[in-house]
Design a protein around this ligand. Sequence first.
Ligand code: BDR
Ligand code: CA
Length: 314
Amino acid sequence: MRKFIVDTDTASDDAAALMIAAFTPEIDLLGVTVVAGNVGVRQAADNALMTLEACGCGAPVYVGAARPLIKERKETISVHGKDGMGDRGIIHPTRKQEDKRAVEFILETVAKNPDEVELVVLGPATNIALAIMEDREVMKRVKHIWTMGTPGFGSGNATPVAEFNVFIDAEAYGVMLDLGVPTTVIGFDMCAGEIGLDEAELLALSKGNEAGKFLEQATKVLLQFNFDTRGVHMVDLPDAVALAAAVWDDYVQSTSKCHCHVCTENNETYGQVIFYQQGRTYESMPKIDNYNAEVVTAVSERTFTKRFMSMLLK
Ligand code: BDR
Ligand code: CA
């Protein structure tokens, strides 16, 4: 069994990702850690607990950072609703979060399972950076980091050049990428466009299992946002796409080894990530050889929708 910790600022697409983790038999979901991002950290904990409940999964939930490492917490437009879950009044978990803090849980778990734990990071990287700052040696024994972050090779959604998770805490993202464990970046370019759920699929979910029905409700505000801003009747699920990349090995079609540089200067480039790709010649630069991530450059959209839907219709 693969040992996973999912770190999330739980909104609707994070919930979809947690569903894949909960329903994949090869994954031992050791715990879910939450961080402020899409919503405040307490709301994120309740959203995660409620999502796991909808999946019949008893994985523990640990509360982490309420604000980024250095910057103030930004007020952003919530594309997922005020509660991050469609504002449908569906968040009333019966379980509670654990007393232990997220960073303590991450460090303890990695120390107990050296070279075995995979971290899936679906929100700002604050908890991961705090754990690295507290005990880098322990964090060096993480087996793999999978992160939904950066625009990839497309454009940003928080600013023209920055993707939301990195934009909220770019300093933390830099600390995480500098850790030096195998890291896979799934950028927003892999999650936008056709990949996601359309009107017919959402209707099917409303008649699916408990998790499916829950997700259909949780994505209502996102659906409206996409319609208002892009005229499309569909929901994109970046975090689910990222988690799928971590678990379905026939789903990722290509990656590019890169040196990723996170811009933290306090100007309009804040949160931008520059990718120096292996095998490319940059005429004004010496050869780069300090690669810190594999960046996903193609996934199978059909595989995503087919597998994801079948999990939620069972
Ligand atoms: C990321 O930002 C959030 O809105 C989503 O949950 C996802 O993690 C996409 O840019
Ligand atoms: Ca997220």
